[in-house]
Design a protein around this ligand. Structure first.
Ligand code: G3P
Ligand code: CA
Length: 279
C-alpha cells in the first residue's frame, strides 16, 4: 500500500522552479525560466517588486546589488535604469552565493534579453508561449513604500492576460504567495477566485492548530518547518489545506515531503527533483 501511495504522489506533487532553474542559471532571468520550462517544471516561482515608475519586475532582494552589476533599491529605480544592468554575469563569475557546479547555462552577452531585468509581463508572455500548461506562483514582496500598489498592479497585469478571474481556484494556473497576510487579503478582495499561499518561515503559536489566515487555501511552510514539525503539516492537510514547501533542494527533503503528501515542492533544481520523482 505504501508503495502505491508513494507512486501516486510522485505524479500528483507539483515541481515548482524557484526563481526559475536557479541552480543552473541566474535567478529571475529569462534564461532561468526558459531552462525551467525545458526541464519540465510544472510551475515557476517568482518574486515581484515595483519600480519607481510602476513596473512589476522579478527581483528577490530589495536591492539589485547581489544579482546584477548595479547598485540600489529596485523601488528607487526606473525600468530603464534596470534595463541597463546585467543580471547574469554574477552567476558565471562563481560568487559564493551562486556558484555553478555544472555549467548548464552559458552566459552569452549577445543574448541581452536572457539576462536583462525580467518584467512580470515578459514572464507571463513566456508562460503563454510555453506550448504546454505551466503554472505561475507569484510572490508579492511588500515594501512599505508601495503598500497596496504591488497587488493593484499585479491584478491589472493578470487581467490583461485573462488570468485574474479563474472559474475556480482549483483551475487557476496562477497563484499569489506572500509572507504578508495583508497582501493576500488585498488580492482576494479584488480577485476572490485567485488562490493565495501564506508563506511561513516559522510556525507561530497562533498558527499551531493548523489554521491559516481567513480565506487562505494554501500553506507555504519552509522546509525547516517540515523537518521540525511534520505533525503540523499533517494538521494542515487534515484541515483541507494544500501545502507548498520551499526551498527543497536535498533529495532527503524531497522524500520527506513526498511521505507527508505535500502538494508542491518548490526547488532551485527542478530537473533533479523530477528525476527523483521518476518523471
Ligand atoms: O517560494 C517561497 C520562497 O521563495 C520564499 O522565500 O526568500 O526565497 O522569497 P524567498
Ligand atoms: Ca520567493
Amino acid at each position: 500500500h505504501h508503495d502505491a501511495v508513494t507512486h501516486a504522489r510522485q505524479h500528483l506533487t507539483q515541481v515548482v522552479a524557484h526563481r526559475g532553474a536557479s541552480e543552473d542559471a541566474p535567478e529571475h532571468t529569462l534564461a532561468a525560466y526558459r531552462k525551467a520550462i525545458e526541464d519540465g517544471a510544472d510551475a515557476l516561482e517568482c518574486d515581484v517588486r515595483l519600480t519607481a515608475d510602476g513596473h512589476l519586475v522579478c527581483v528577490h532582494d530589495r536591492r539589485v546589488n547581489r544579482t546584477s552589476n548595479g547598485r540600489g533599491a529596485v523601488s528607487a529605480m526606473e525600468l530603464s535604469d534596470l534595463a541597463a544592468l546585467d543580471f547574469g554575469a554574477w552567476k558565471t563569475r562563481g560568487s559564493a552565493a551562486g556558484r555553478m557546479e555544472e555549467p548548464d547555462w552559458e552566459h552569452r552577452p549577445e543574448d541581452r534579453e536572457a539576462t536583462s531585468v525580467l518584467t512580470l509581463e515578459r514572464l507571463l508572455e513566456l508562460v503563454a508561449d510555453a506550448g504546454r500548461r505551466v503554472e505561475l506562483a507569484i510572490e508579492t514582496k511588500h515594501p512599505t513604500r508601495w503598500a497596496g500598489q504591488v497587488e493593484e498592479r499585479l491584478l491589472l497585469l493578470l487581467k490583461r492576460f485573462g488570468l485574474d478571474a479563474p472559474a475556480s481556484p482549483e483551475e487557476s494556473p496562477v497563484r499569489v504567495m506572500s509572507f504578508s497576510a495583508r497582501s493576500l487579503h488585498r488580492v482576494r478582495a479584488a480577485a476572490p477566485t485567485l488562490p493565495t499561499v501564506y508563506l511561513m518561515q516559522f510556525v507561530s503559536p497562533r498558527l499551531r492548530d493548523g489554521r491559516l489566515p481567513t480565506g487562505v487555501r494554501i500553506a507555504g511552510p519552509s522546509i525547516r518547518i517540515v523537518r521540525s514539525h511534520p505533525g503540523y503539516i499533517e494538521r494542515l492537510k487534515q484541515n483541507g489545506h494544500q501545502v507548498h514547501v520551499w526551498t527543497v533542494n536535498d533529495p532527503r527533503d524531497v522524500d520527506l515531503c513526498l511521505g507527508l503528501g505535500v502538494d508542491a515542492i518548490i526547488t532551485n533544481r527542478p530537473r533533479a527533483v523530477l528525476d527523483q520523482l521518476g518523471r
